[in-house]
Ligand binder design. Structure first.
Ligand SMILES: [Zn+2]
Length: 92
């Protein structure tokens, strides 16, 4: 069974890469614990992480787009950790 815990803004743990604060963390259990984090320093470049950071920090969010980008970022971050088999239904 997939278990997912999300923490936003002030409740997040420090970034494991730079030690700075994270905007979003996700802890999943997909048979093994998986930790995902979105850091303004480490993930501010392009891509889904950058887009999600911009949404969270500017407040320029529509619920549908936030859901879409959040899920896509989560799948991308999981794939970066080798979880390619995680079920992903492409959007569009
Ligand atoms: Zn960082």
């Amino acid at each position: 069974m997939l278990q997912l815990t999300l923490a936003c803004l002030k409740k997040t743990a420090p970034c494991t890469r730079c030690g700075g604060h994270t905007e979003l963390t996700a802890d999943l259990n997909v048979g093994k614990d998986v930790h995902l984090e979105l850091c303004p320093r480490c993930d501010a470049g392009g891509g889904l992480g950058g887009e999600l950071l911009a949404m969270l920090t500017t407040g320029l969010i529509t619920p549908d787009r936030l859901t879409e980008v959040s899920l896509a970022w989560m799948y991308e971050a999981m794939a970066a950790q080798g979880w390619h088999q995680f079920p992903h239904e492409p959007s569009g």
